[in-house]
Structures are given as structure tokens and as C-alpha cells.
Design a binder for this molecule. Structure first.
Ligand code: PEP
Ligand code: MG
Length: 748
């Protein structure tokens, strides 16, 4: 970069800082800035456009254009040259704007006399906040140095916008992070909650953007990068022996030593930015490229760079990963995404969870359900909007999140919470009554569990037992493989707490999205269909044997129920069954008391198992349909991919017909059958399963009341007929017909 230009750019940033330090508020500041930029760049026009809402840009300040157009001129994302800069996040530099593709004439601005146009996006960490434009009468193309200078200024503007520098009297701009925001997402776990935002990854706040001592800033940057290198080396030595982790760290090391990265940041500093702002500028560019990169390898590397930049920012600002912020009262976790193990670490301290990504079928969602914490996934741009401590309402019935709600919304919400409490009371009154339909058929309702803390719900929900105990949660919460004695003690406490009610312990179901922190992650192209659950158990029998021993010892003479996950063919069950028999014999030899009765069943989670030989159905003690997995394989629709997951209704005729065949095979062979996927806890789905012949359902405890209440109001023979009529009519899903029937029962 030309020496002269560095000085010019530094001067401009210096003036910008002075403008910011002045007494002016909001609009006056913006006006001063446009004036400064126009003068410094020798242009007649400088304008700032900021987003008014998600897809509308507004002219917020101008030097040179018609002042009356300020806060009046608006354009949609993609509209005109300004809209195009914002949409494509790309610079537009043209000597002849009216002839440029996409130009839109806006008479109120008086801009038709200006020929050259340079527009750069105002971006902060991959988020576009607006567009900064300079224009001049002389037809010329702006130089690379000028573009660079305007980009640096745009970056500073973005940070100032984020910090609320343009808010105030007459600015007609609202402070970011201060207005009420409502976002729609997808319900991952029902329930309502009111509390305060707790950001899982708090953002690093950079308040010193401009610095006029580049030598000092370069020193600060160099020291911080040195520190970063040392910490990467330390991580490297800790990861010895773990090839995958080492590979990732190698990439980190490569970036930390990258001369190009360092050179660009030093250039940014020379142009007048502080060390922190320089890191953020490069991070922003990398995020932008990350969003555009088609190649997954490149995306991953850019995401490594993103992580590294965050670490560097933390070193520079002294804001550790732990920012020292105190968790607010009634914390509601807000994150881009979170894994099941991390969620378990928070445990029941959370009142609600709102994720920008995530999916209803993920195990994090299952953990949220196990903990009965309302969860919304795919909630817009919540992590960009929310600040630690903000008031937040989670409506896990409608899938709506209210951030910083106004009083009327908060009051209506509290009414809703009160109504829900009343409904819970109604359900509680059914607790000791059977789930007996009007036709006389009784369905036994069990609960799903995975934590010791779930067991008290056995009494309060009225569940007959635990139909699915997900043992992997115990493995996920630790940093190392639990010991046999620890597991045995835990299972024993579970059985004690169950007080004689049946508990179906499902053996370890890891793999897919459930990666144990202390096990080498497998780089599989499609982990949901990869080496998981019983496949791992049979290939590496040590852990399965240890778990079976722990279960036998925990039973200590009491009845024991074991369920194997993800069995896809008869042989897998036979091998697992044989393993259990061997373990029983070994335990006997070692002098341990054997269970008085052992039931051995499997989950039915792959369509293949429904077509297994009759002998398989005869040899299992019971089958439990794992609808979450079964449905994803039946429809070939990833349970974690929101885009495809919701396309297929559980009450789709094809799926129900398939379930009906499973019921019929079990009836023929007198095999006990239940359904333990999440759908069993949805009242209308549960009603249909019961009508198809399922006599046992297992669900999260909070669903037992609503499911029981609906079953008791309906006649299963009638529901069955409704399903048959709907199927005969050629309906794709029986839901509309069954819903009509259900509504009629509510009215009667
Ligand atoms: C299922 O697949 O339906 C099931 C109950 O198992 P998980 O959700 O733990 O995979
Ligand atoms: Mg499953």
C-alpha cells in the first residue's frame, strides 16, 4: 500500500475518532462522518445506508445528496446499486453509475448528476448492517487504495453501529439490541419460559477501534499472536496420539504462523485501526468467504480461522472465554448450536433454550426434552440480536421467541403460563386413572428417561415404568469413560427409585451425533447411517460387556430389562443376546447374584428389521419402535435436517401402514410391542398408534397427562375406522381426518 495513502487513511480514521468523541449525538454524528469522508476522499457525495428491517435499507445520512431524502429514501435488498452491494456483499466501483447494471433512478436524492459510484458493504462479523457510498461528478474508477480506505472506514462504522453510536434525538434510528424483537422458530420441546438471556458463546466487545500509534498496535498484535502460537503448541502436545485432533490443530498452527494473515492485519493497523479492529476486519472477510465457499474443506479451514481469530481477540481484549459475567436469574440459553454433552453440563439450571440452528430430531433436543426445558430451534438471528441479560420469553407452544418484549406482550405471556399451569393441574387429576379409551382398550403409558433426576417423574407423571432409559447420557456428561462400579451404582439407584416398576435399559447408543468427548471421533461421511449403537457394541465388545456387567450387578437379584439399540438384522440381535448370556454365566461364576428374571429386547429403528425372519420375532422378549430413527430411514429424511424432516408427516399413510405391519407381525408371534420415539408423546400421533394396535407407549413424562387425557376421550375402534376411511379415500396423511374426529370429541 502506498505510504502516502496509509497516512491519508490514518488521518481520516483519526478525524472519525474525534467526531465520535464529540458531544454530538445520533444523527449529528452520522452527518459529520459523511462530511468527513466526502472531504477526505475528494468526492462530492458520501452517504450511509443502514438496514431498517431485514430487507429494507434506508438512507440515514448524506453529504451531497438532497438532505430531504434522509430517512425517506428506502430500497429493498438487491434493489439499485446500493441494494446490490448489500445483497452480494461486494464492492461496486463504476465510473458511470446510471449505465451500470441494476441502477435505479431515485429522483428525490438528486443523484443523477453524479457519475462515479463506489459502494462498500458495512459488515460486522459476516453480518451486513448497511452500505457506505461515495459518488463524484467526474467519471472515474476508484483506485484499489481508495476502495481499501473506504472498507476500513465501513468496518469502523459497523462497529460504531453495533455499539449504538448513532442512536439518539432526531436520528430516527433505534439502538441495536434495545428494541423488542419477535422471532419464529420451530418447537423442539414444548413449554413456556420467562427469563434472561445467557449467551453460550458471548461475543467479544471491541470498543477501541481506531489507534494512532501503529508501532504500538503492531507490537500488541505481535505479542498476542506469539501468545496464541504458544497456546496452540500446548494444545498440540495435549492432543498427542489423537491424529484427528492433531490435524485440526495443524491447520490452526498453519494459520497462526501464516505470514499473509499477519501481513494483512499489520496493513490494517497502518491504515489506522487498532490491533483488535484489524483482527476483526480479517475475521469478517473470512466469515464472508466462509458463507460463499462451496468446498467443504475450505469452509472448515475458514471456520478454523474464525475460531483462531476469536482466541486472538480474547487475548487482546482480556475477555476470556469466561467473561466473568454472572449467569442471570432464570437463564435462557441462547446459542448458534449446542451439543448434547454441553447441554447436559448446564443441566436443569436453564429455564429455556433458543438456538439459531439446531434441529428437533437432534440429541441435544432429546436432552432438552429429558430435562423438560422448553426449546426453540431455528430462531432467526437470535445470536446477533440478543445480549446477555436481555429479558426473553420462550413460547414453546407456538415456536415464538420474544426478545426484550414490551409490557403488553409480557402480560399476555404470563396469562398463558397461568393457563398452562391450570392444564397441568387437570392432567395431575388423571394421574392414577388408566389410559383407558371409551372402547375399553387400555394403553400402558411409560416414560423415557436418561438421568437419575428423571426418576421422580415416575411417581408424579403416573407412568407405569421406564420404557426407554437412554444410558448414553451418563457417558456423554463425563470427560472419561465411566467405571463399571460407578455405572453399577447409578443403575442400582435408578432401580431403587423405580421401586419395582420396570425399567428398560437401552445399551449404549453412541455414534451419529452422540460423540463421546473421550472417544476419537470417526470421520464418517454419514454418521447417522454409520458406525453407531449396536455396531460399535459388537465390534468393540469391551464397553458393552462392562455395561452389561454393571446392569446385572445393579439388579442384584431384581428383574432386569435390557434393550439393544439400532439392530438392523437378526444376527446382530443373536450376537448381542449371546454376549448377554455369556456375561450372565461369567457373573454367576464370579459369585454375583443373577437377576430373578431377564427380559432381552431390541429397538426397531431400521425398516429392515420389520421384515426379519419370523424366528427373530419369536426370539425377542419385546420390541420397541424407535420412531425417530425409523422415520428418518423410512422417508430417507435426516432427523436433524429441518429442511427435509418436516416434509413427511408421521401420520402419512405409508408410514402408518408400515407400522400396522409391524403390529401384525408382533401379534402373530405374540411379541410385546411398544413405541418409544418422540411421536409417542404427541397426543394425536399416540392416539393413532393406539388405534393401530400399539398397547404400550413410552414418552417424556410431561406428555403422559395430555396423551392419557386424549385417549380417555376417544374410542379406538372409531379412530381406526377414521384412519381406514381416510386411507381408502386416498389421503396422503390421515391427520386432517383424525383431527376432525378429535375436535368432535372435545365438543361432545
Ligand atoms: C428413536 O430413534 O426413536 C429413539 C428412541 O432413539 P434415539 O432418539 O435415542 O435415537
Ligand atoms: Mg434411535
Amino acid at each position: 500500500m502506498a505510504e502516502r495513502f496509509e497516512t491519508e487513511s490514518r488521518k481520516l480514521l483519526g478525524r472519525l475518532r474525534d467526531a465520535m468523541a464529540g458531544e454530538d449525538a445520533g444523527q449529528a454524528r452520522l452527518n459529520k462522518i459523511t462530511n468527513l469522508i466526502a472531504t477526505s476522499m475528494g468526492c462530492e457525495v458520501c452517504s450511509i445506508y443502514l438496514f431498517r428491517d431485514e430487507d429494507t435499507l434506508e438512507l440515514c445520512a448524506t453529504e451531497g445528496l438532497n438532505a430531504a431524502a434522509v430517512h425517506e429514501t428506502r430500497m429493498k435488498l438487491g434493489e439499485g446499486l446500493v441494494g446490490r452491494v448489500a445483497k452480494r456483499r461486494r464492492v461496486i466501483n463504476t465510473p458511470d453509475a446510471p449505465q451500470a447494471p441494476g441502477f435505479r433512478f431515485m429522483p428525490e436524492t438528486g443523484e443523477e448528476i453524479y457519475s462515479s459510484f463506489l459502494g462498500v458493504p458495512v459488515q460486522r462479523l459476516g453480518e451486513t448492517l448497511g452500505v457506505l457510498v461515495v459518488q463524484s461528478k467526474t467519471a472515474r474508477e476508484f483506485s484499489a487504495d481508495e476502495i481499501y480506505a473506504l472498507e476500513v472506514v465501513a468496518m469502523v462504522l459497523a462497529e460504531m453501529t453495533e455499539l449504538g453510536a448513532f442512536v439518539g434525538e432526531g436520528a430516527a434510528m433505534s439502538a441495536r439490541h434495545s428494541q423488542p424483537v419477535m422471532m419464529r422458530g420451530t418447537v423442539g420441546q414444548e413449554g413456556v419460559a420467562e427469563g434472561h438471556v445467557w449467551l453460550h458463546e458471548p461475543r467479544v466487545v471491541v470498543s477501541n477501534l481506531i489507534a494512532d500509534d501503529p508501532v504500538r498496535e503492531t507490537e500488541r498484535l505481535t505479542e498476542a499472536v506469539d501468545q496464541l502460537r504458544v497456546s496452540v503448541d500446548q494444545m498440540m502436545s495435549m492432543a498427542m496420539g489423537d491424529k484427528d485432533q492433531q490435524q485440526v490443530l495443524e491447520a490452526y498452527r498453519m494459520f497462526a504462523n501464516s505470514k499473509g494473515w499477519m501481513r494483512r492485519m499489520v496493513e490494517d493497523i497502518k491504515s489506522g485501526l487498532s490491533a483488535e479492529a484489524a483482527v476483526e476486519k480479517e475475521q469478517s472477510l473470512a466469515r464472508d468467504r466462509m458463507g460463499q465457499a462451496a468446498d467443504s474443506y475450505l469452509r472448515e479451514r475458514l471456520s478454523d480461522l474464525d475460531d483462531l481469530s476469536n482466541r486472538l481477540l480474547r487475548i487482546l481484549t482480556g475477555q476470556g472465554a469466561d467473561t466473568g459475567a454472572e449467569m442471570p436469574r432464570n437463564p435462557i440459553l441462547v446459542a448458534r448450536n449446542i451439543g448434547p454433552a454441553e447441554l447436559l453440563e448446564y443441566g436443569r439450571s436453564l429455564k429455556g433454550i433458543v438456538l439459531e440452528g439446531g434441529s428437533v430430531g437432534s440429541h441435544a433436543a432429546i436432552v432438552a426434552r429429558a430435562l423438560a426445558i422448553p426449546l426453540i430451534v431455528h430462531a432467526g438471528r437470535i445470536t446477533h440480536e440478543a445480549l446477555n441479560g436481555d429479558q426473553i420469553l420462550v413460547d414453546g407452544e407456538q415456536g415464538i421467541v420474544h426478545l426484550r418484549p414490551d409490557d403488553a406482550v409480557a402480560a399476555a405471556f404470563r396469562d398463558k403460563i397461568a393457563m398452562q399451569a391450570a392444564a397441568q393441574e387437570r392432567y395431575a387429576s388423571l394421574r392414577d386413572l388408566p389410559a383407558q379409551a371409551r372402547c375399553g382398550a387400555t394403553i400402558s403409558l411409560h416414560m423415557n428417561a436418561g438421568l437419575m433426576a428423571d426418576l421422580p417423574s415416575l411417581g408424579s407423571s403416573g407412568a407405569e415404568g421406564v420404557g426407554l432409559f437412554r444410558t448414553e447420557l451418563q457417558f456423554l456428561v463425563r470427560n472419561q469413560m465411566p467405571k463399571r462400579s460407578e455405572l453399577s451404582a447409578l443403575y442400582s439407584r435408578v432401580l431403587d427409585a423405580a421401586g419395582g416398576k420396570r425399567v428398560a435399559f437401552r445399551t449404549l447408543d453412541i455414534g451419529s451425533d452422540k460423540v463421546l468427548p473421550y472417544m476419537k471421533p470417526n470421520d464418517e461421511p454419514n454418521p447417522a447411517m454409520g458406525w453407531r449403537a449396536i455396531r460399535v457394541g459388537l465390534d468393540k465388545p469391551g464397553v458393552m460387556r462392562m455395561q452389561l456387567q454393571a446392569l446385572i450387578r445393579a439388579a442384584n437379584g431384581r428383574p432386569l430389562t435390557i434393550m439393544f439399540p439400532f439392530v438392523a438384522q437378526m444376527e446382530e440381535f443373536e450376537l448381542a443376546h449371546a454376549e448377554m448370556q455369556k456375561t450372565l454365566a461369567r457373573e454367576d461364576r464370579l459369585g454375583h447374584v443373577l437377576p430373578e428374571k431377564v427380559e432381552i429386547g431390541t429397538m426397531l429403528e431400521t425398516p429392515s428389521l420389520a421384515f426379519a425372519p419370523r424366528k427373530f420375532f419369536e426370539s425377542v422378549d419385546f420390541l420397541s419402535v424407535g420412531g425417530n430413527d425409523l422415520k428418518q430411514f423410512f422417508f430417507a429424511a435426516d432427523r436433524e435436517n429441518e429442511r427435509v424432516r418436516r416434509r413427511y408427516d408421521t401420520l402419512n399413510v405409508s408410514f402408518l401402514t408400515f407400522l400396522e405391519q409391524i403390529v401384525s407381525r408382533c401379534q402373530d408371534t405374540d411379541t410385546d410391542l411398544s413405541f418409544c420415539g418422540e411421536d409417542a408423546g404427541r397426543p394425536v400421533e399416540a392416539l393413532c398408534f393406539a388405534a393401530l394396535g400399539f398397547r404400550s407407549l413410552s414418552m417424556r413424562p410431561a406428555s403422559i397427562g395430555p396423551v392419557k387425557s386424549l385417549i380417555r376421550r376417544c374410542n379406538l375402534d372409531e379412530v381406526r375406522r377414521v384412519i381406514e376411511v381416510s386411507r381408502a379415500r386416498g389421503d396422503m396423511s390421515v391427520r386432517p381426518a383424525v383431527m376432525d374426529y378429535v375436535r368432535a370429541q372435545h365438543q361432545s
